[in-house]
Design a protein around this ligand. Structure first.
Ligand code: SF4
Ligand code: SF4
Length: 483
């Protein structure tokens, strides 16, 4: 999770996976974005799709809690490693609030102890929100933490997979946490996974975040859970420990996906559904991470590792000081070393890690290499490259149909925004251009989103009713489905 400064739309505190790579020219990077997992993968809830829960199996005999010695080592090395002035201290899980507040108070003290003159610290904190209280929020506010809150949509959608250990939905508790963040004026963004439960409800989910949660910064993460023919049955049951159930250690293997996984093309449709709403009403007001970084990509700045040509600048730190290539590759083959033995700067710039990052480019399929949106997509994240390409080549991104749809569909509006920028005008002026096109085309013509519905009943409908509960009422409004 990271702040995204110098954003093309405006100053935008968007979180996660921001890639400092556009600044990097040498193997020894001047900065990187380390995700620290102080309580390892331990969590206080039990989201069905969360394969990170299974990573507890990597440290079977340890209580996954970062010691003060590891905390100090981590902060000291992180600050020493940065040759750029901005340093992000990013806390992630599992669930970092399990570490208790004193741990983070100490982390801030340690930062102050080692911070060099001119070093600017950005604190980020990803949480499910359940343990938040006034004390936490006062701390976040006082120290300018940017908090990422995980919400998957309105109650019925959120509670499909985001459940506690008794399989009960967590929506109410998360909303309580959000309310506290708002009351204390803590900066927050919404992190929403895209999965089988919400993939058909892009616009509804987006409107819920914008209108009911008052979110200004939103990030969507596709759920892609891989499995093999041997593991798919167990994988479909979820990744946590359950009575009488065998538990798997999730690894990035297999070319099957669980039933919770977002549909490949549907991922693109979900994004397009939201984009068509955003580009008419919210440019410059609501910041959707993928939309921002896509526009940046047109001018050659790759802010997000997933769609950058190479990666490898986002290592993950476990509670005991083990450093892995990436949070998505916390598995034995990608263990770079331990910061108590080797300085993290040496681990991040090691030949193994540089190769990890370059493999993203070197392993592109022929289909990707000749793809029209390659400069924007760059083949996506290697963790998702387990499908066959159109030519039958192994290693195509599972999400390719959706990625291709999204990048192709949004191109004309993105190019309009770039033109506006060249004229020193705000990208938000694109909304007037789109409205003019809508009027010219007429409300009974097919909606440009590609749904097949008439515009009047699709993105031309400014106040569609949601079939899901409204916040605070708990009532379900029974109306037409939005798709
Ligand atoms: S493996 Fe994927 S998530 Fe990890 S750094 Fe590379 S692109 Fe980013
Ligand atoms: S859209 Fe598909 S083919 Fe094109 S670069 Fe992305 S993954 Fe490759």
């Amino acid at each position: 999770m990271d702040k995204m400064s110098d954003n093309i739309f405006t100053e935008n505190p968007m979180t996660q996976s921001v890639n400092p790579q556009f600044q990097i020219t040498a193997d020894n990077p001047p900065g990187f974005h380390l995700l620290s997992k102080p309580s390892g993968s331990t969590c206080n809830i039990d989201c069905t799709y969360c394969f990170f829960l299974s990573k507890e199996a990597l440290y079977p005999n340890e209580k996954s809690r970062m010691s003060e010695a590891t905390l100090e080592e981590y902060i000291r090395q992180l600050l020493e490693s940065h040759r750029i002035s901005e340093v992000t201290v990013a806390w992630q899980g599992g669930e970092p609030t399990l570490m208790k507040l004193d741990f983070f108070r100490l982390s801030v003290e340690i930062v102050e102890k080692y911070r060099r003159p001119g070093q600017v610290i950005n604190y980020t904190f990803q949480t499910n929100g359940i343990l938040l209280n006034d004390e936490w929020c006062e701390f976040f506010k006082k120290n300018n933490f940017l908090v990422g809150l995980s919400v998957d949509g309105p109650r019925e959608i959120h509670d499909t997979y985001r459940v506690d250990r008794g399989s009960q939905g967590t929506f109410d508790k998360v909303m309580k946490g959000l309310n506290l963040l708002q009351r204390h004026k803590v900066e927050y963004n919404i992190l929403c996974t895209v999965n089988a439960a919400n993939e058909n409800h892009g616009r509804t989910v987006y409107r819920f975040f914008r209108d009911e949660l008052k979110a200004k910064w939103i990030q969507f993460i596709p759920i892609v859970e891989r499995a093999t023919s041997e593991t798919i049955e167990i994988a479909n049951q979820g990744w946590s420990i359950q009575k009488d159930r065998k538990r798997l250690l999730y690894t990035q293997t297999g070319n099957l996906v669980t039933e919770r996984t977002v549909g490949a093309l549907q991922y693109g449709r979900f994004l397009v559904d939201i984009f068509e709403e955003w580009v008419r009403h919210d440019v410059g007001k609501v910041f959707v991470q993928l939309f921002d970084v896509t526009l940046e990509s047109y001018i050659g700045r790759h802010m997000l590792c997933i769609h950058a040509p190479t990666c490898g600048y986002g290592p993950a730190l476990e509670h005991n000081g083990d450093l892995y290539s990436c949070d998505h590759f916390v598995e034995p083959d990608y263990l770079l070393g331990n910061i108590h033995k080797t300085h993290m700067q040496d681990l991040v710039s090691s030949p193994e890690q540089r190769k990890f990052g370059r493999d993203k480019l070197d392993s592109l399929t022929a289909q990707c290499q000749k793809c029209e949106v390659r400069q924007l997509c760059n083949g996506g994240c290697p963790k998702d490259r387990f499908a066959l390409s159109k030519d039958g080549e192994q290693g195509q991104n599972y999400l390719c149909p959706g990625l291709e749809l999204f990048f192709t569909h949004t191109r004309s509006a993105m190019l309009e925004m770039l033109k506006l920028l060249e004229l020193h005008r705000a990208p938000a002026d694109v909304m007037a251009l789109i409205t003019a096109e809508d009027i010219k085309r007429g409300i009974y013509q097919p909606c440009p989103c590609g749904s097949g519905k008439k515009f009047r009943f699709c993105h031309g409908n400014k106040n569609p009713e949601s079939q899901f509960s409204k916040l605070n009422t708990g009532s379900v409004i029974e109306t037409n489905k939005d798709k």
